[in-house]
Design a protein around this ligand. Structure first.
Ligand code: ADP
Ligand code: AMP
Length: 221
């Protein structure tokens, strides 16, 4: 399965991705997670990316394309992948195309998670992430059993620096200007599937899995 999750920050891509990969056994490749791991480890890539991330801007295409190329060369990505947060610009989508054409493998589907603006802001400002295992919580929609601690590993729950309201506004604007054009890009190729991502997490997962099953059926028929 080779799939992309598209949608604004806070649409639920990370939340759904961790459930989809359980069901499909492909790696979840989140460019945001890779960048944050680099920032944490103090690599030169992390140092370069941090100022863009803190401002809610996109990291330059050449940095992202190089990073994804390396990730796709790893053994676990040979049987498929689920991208979360990549591609985010038309040049990134074109670079991915080149890699897939070279390998002779098509994309199975691009799933657009559709959520209204106010809900996205509520989701982002209440998001808390475990510093230990990366599990995503929400203060209201998915609170931990013990305040501030992860249910899975007891790690500390943290708010992402870029989930502060002033940065959130810029990230949504950046999405509208630079990433939303990908909806038309993939729609023109007949690869886009829209999914209503409002409502309960499990209901959204059920819709995603149904669409993926349908896409797999289309690919083999
Ligand atoms: P993205 O990866 O698209 O930025 P996340 O998966 O991190 O989004 O979700 C953003 C926040 O919204 C998290 O705090 C998550 O717990 C919460 N969330 C995700 N899906 C839903 C949903 N269907 N209903 C309510 N809250 C949700
Ligand atoms: P995310 O975790 O997907 O919300 O990404 C967090 C931040 O990482 C974004 O606001 C960008 O600064 C950066 N980032 C993640 N993925 C990309 C990408 N594909 N292209 C450019 N910047 C990215």
């Amino acid at each position: 399965m080779r799939t992309i999750l598209l949608g604004p920050p806070g649409a639920g891509k990370g939340t759904q991705a961790s459930r989809i990969v359980d069901a499909h056994g492909v790696p979840h490749i989140s460019t945001g997670d890779i960048l944050r791991a680099n920032v944490k480890a103090g690599t030169s890539l992390g140092a370069e990316a941090k100022r863009f991330m803190d401002a809610g801007e996109l990291v330059p295409d050449e940095v992202i394309i190089g990073m994804v190329g390396e990730r796709l060369a790893e053994p676990d990505a040979q049987g498929g992948f689920l991208f979360d947060g990549f591609p985010r610009t038309v040049p990134q989508a074109e670079a991915l195309d080149e890699v897939l054409v070279t390998r002779g493998v098509p994309l199975d589907a691009v799933l657009e998670l559709v959520v209204d603006h106010e809900e996205v802001v509520r989701r982002l400002t209440g998001r808390r992430t475990c510093a230990g295992c990366g599990r995503i919580f929400h203060l209201v929609y998915d609170p931990p059993s013990t305040e501030g601690r992860c249910d899975d590993c007891d790690g500390e729950l943290q708010q992402r620096a870029d989930d502060r309201e002033e940065v959130v506004r810029n990230r949504l604007e950046v999405y509208r200007e630079q990433t939303e054009p990908l909806v038309a890009f993939y729609e023109a190729r007949g690869q886009l599937r829209r999914i209503d991502a409002q409502g309960e997490v499990q209901d959204v997962t059920d819709r995603v899995l149904a669409v993926l099953q349908e896409a797999a059926g289309t690919a083999t028929s």
